[in-house]
Ligand binder design. Structure first.
Ligand SMILES: [Fe+2]
Length: 248
């Protein structure tokens, strides 16, 4: 048995495992293989987050739920015990989100308390803390994906501190394992060790991501121990699903 699965029960709040919706698996068989790979690493509950990105990927609710139903049926047939939750979405900070958020119409996690948020690669939104506070005023919790991608935020304690109480912060397990390069890995690991993040997620798009997730999980278990890993992979995600910002 894979040693990283010795504890397990992990809850993944960021993954692209539904077939044919975005830049995740194109076919159902590929989705099953990816989920079984995550299951071998100890993941028990997946919250799919297909991209919601104007001009690129905008799968609608019916398409996302149909893909999740097909995946669940195929997983049962394959003997998997992984729970695939109703789909959420990875909401890009774009005109589509701007149109949706005043009425809370952007895809949320189950329970409708929190939603995943992604920023453009090349530039963070101006006045970020104020904008996140406005999103909070609309009643739901912004959950920021892969914080390690923005050094101007992740490496600036004052700027990072300004987000306190306004959003839950995530890093990618695959980044902890080296996906994205050494500097991204270093930043992701510093954020975890300095207790700046609230949960760790796979952000898996395909089977090629799994070795990086495995390496990240091994690092997490080695450096934080089973209780620390559980905080970031079970208790933190569960608090976020309840609309709360967990302890870092
Ligand atoms: Fe993603």
């Amino acid at each position: 048995m894979d040693q990283t699965n010795a504890h397990g029960g992990w809850v993944d709040l960021h993954c692209h495992v539904l077939p044919g919706l975005d830049d995740g698996p194109a076919e159902l068989a590929q989705s099953v293989a990816v989920v079984q790979g995550l299951e071998r690493l100890g993941f028990a509950e997946l919250h799919p987050t297909p991209h919601q990105y104007a001009g690129r990927w905008t799968p609608n609710r019916a398409q996302c739920h149909a893909a999740a139903a097909a995946l669940r049926a195929a997983l049962v047939a394959a003997g998997s015990k992984v729970v695939v939750a109703d789909p959420a979405g990875e909401n890009m900070w774009d005109e589509l989100l701007a149109a949706r958020h005043p009425t809370g119409a952007q895809p949320h996690y189950t329970g409708a308390r929190a939603f995943l948020l992604e920023f453009p690669r090349d530039a963070l939104p101006p006045q970020l803390a104020e904008r996140l506070f406005e999103l909070r005023l609309h009643g739901s919790l912004p959950v920021i994906a892969h914080l390690e991608r923005w050094p101007e935020l992740a490496d600036d304690p004052a700027r990072l501190g300004s987000l306190a109480g306004k959003a839950a912060l995530l890093v990618n397990l695959s980044a902890l394992g080296g996906l994205g390069g050494w500097s991204t890995r270093g930043r992701a690991r510093r954020l975890v060790l300095k207790q700046r993040v609230h949960a760790v997620t796979s952000d898996t798009h395909g089977e090629s991501d799994l070795p990086f997730c495995k390496a990240g999980l091994e690092w997490l278990l080695r450096r934080l121990g089973p209780a620390g890993a559980r905080q970031l992979l079970v208790e933190g995600p569960r608090a976020i699903l309840a609309g709360e910002i967990p302890e870092a």
